[in-house]
Design a protein around this ligand. Structure first.
Ligand SMILES: Nc1ncnc2c1ncn2[C@@H]1O[C@H](COP(=O)(O)OP(=O)(O)OP(=O)(O)O)[C@@H](O)[C@H]1O
Ligand SMILES: [Mg+2]
Length: 336
């Protein structure tokens, strides 16, 4: 790593432009150039790809509530996401690119925390079904999804009036004894929620997208978080998709088939990251580009085995109180 103090007239752009040439000249994995402050450029040469294999988990940083260590970043550091800092996330990627594996890593990390976990898996529950024991509710069809979303909106209204009465601007301003448990809703294959063939299906889809948007808008301050995963994310999903994207400040883009999905996932937050995401190959399953707060980096989730998921958990759903989901569970079609 070299810190360069620029001469008058020099700009970081000249160094950034030389990055590729240096990578070849030095025969290393990558040369990264960043400018942390005016007049200074830091050039980092990385010998091998730290994401080639993501292992060694014993020294992961300790989690705080709603924080999860999901894998490694390409500078060798841990990749940690804190939902209190970035409340809602969009995860995209082609089939077999690593979306569900990332969701599994996330569920595993949050699974040991006093957090209500809820799933909508419209691929018949194949992916999130593994985690049924820990999920307070799991919907596998659109009607079930609507019941969950309706219950979440009602819970948000209740939380809003609790906060209003207490003069709090978010649940985190409430005294700990009165604070409701955070809720994280995972959706695997978001497009299934938005697209429908029949007329009634389309009506339901519109209703789902309205409810989801409401959850996103209110949830950030009230401790209800969204993690939405899908193969494609484009304008064809309707205006609801663009509206929800604006609420999802955290993004993860795995290998994608179409440019539009990469642009929709990263383009508005980190335009330079779009080409980087498109250069992820089929052999790099789990590798992704993540963008949050105007920063982006290459990351790889850790691989969690399904067996581990099935048996995992010092906590089960029953140990995390979620009375507002009772009507959903009793309504049928979901986990009970
Ligand atoms: N972080 C990772 N490290 C190593 N291998 C991985 C990683 N993520 C995924 N894989 C491999 O890729 C395979 C497919 O991953 P995954 O099921 O997560 O893809 P997906 O994006 O959910 O696909 P689909 O859209 O078909 O559901 C996994 O079974 C695993 O073998
Ligand atoms: Mg999947």
């Amino acid at each position: 790593m070299v810190t360069v103090h620029l001469h008058p007239g020099q700009t970081p752009a000249q160094f950034i432009a030389a990055g590729d040439a240096l990578t070849h000249a030095w025969r290393c994995h990558q040369v990264k150039v960043v400018s942390p402050r005016r007049g200074v450029v830091v050039v980092t040469a990385i010998a091998r790809d730290p994401l080639a294999k993501v292992g060694g988990w014993s020294s992961a940083p300790p989690a705080r509530l709603l924080a999860a260590t999901l894998g490694k970043a390409d500078d060798g550091s841990y990749w940690t996401v804190d939902l209190r800092k970035s409340p809602h996330w969009l995860i995209t990627g082609a089939t077999q690119s690593g979306k569900s594996t990332l969701v599994a890593a996330w569920l595993t990390e949050l699974g040991s925390q006093p957090v209500v976990l809820v799933g909508i898996d419209l691929k018949g529950g194949m992916e999130l079904g593994l985690y049924e024991r820990r999920l307070s509710a799991l919907a596998t069809d659109r009607q079930g999804a609507m019941r969950i979303l309706t219950a979440l909106v009602a819970e948000l209204m209740a939380r809003m009036s609790v906060c209003r009465e207490a003069g709090a601007r978010s649940i985190w301003d409430l005294p700990e004894t009165e604070r409701p448990a955070p809720v994280v809703l995972f959706v695997d294959e978001i497009a299934e929620l938005y697209l429908a063939a029949s007329l009634t299906g389309r009506k339901e889809a519109v209703e789902c997208s309205t409810l989801l948007l409401r959850v996103a808008q209110l949830g950030a301050a009230l401790g209800v978080h969204l993690i939405l995963a899908g193969q494609r994310f484009g304008h064809d999903l309707g205006p609801g998709a663009t509206a929800i994207r604006a609420q999802l400040g955290g993004r993860v883009c795995h290998r994608v088939h179409d440019e539009q999905t990469a642009v929709m996932t990263l383009g508005d937050l980190a335009p330079d990251a779009v080409v980087v995401a498109q250069s992820i190959t089929e052999h790099e399953q789990g590798v992704a580009v993540t963008a949050v707060d105007g920063q982006w980096k290459r990351v790889r989730s850790r691989l969690v085995a399904p067996d581990f998921l099935r048996s995992h958990g010092e906590l089960t759903a029953d140990q995390v109180s979620a009375p507002f989901l009772r009507p959903v569970v009793e309504g049928g079609g979901t986990n009970d």
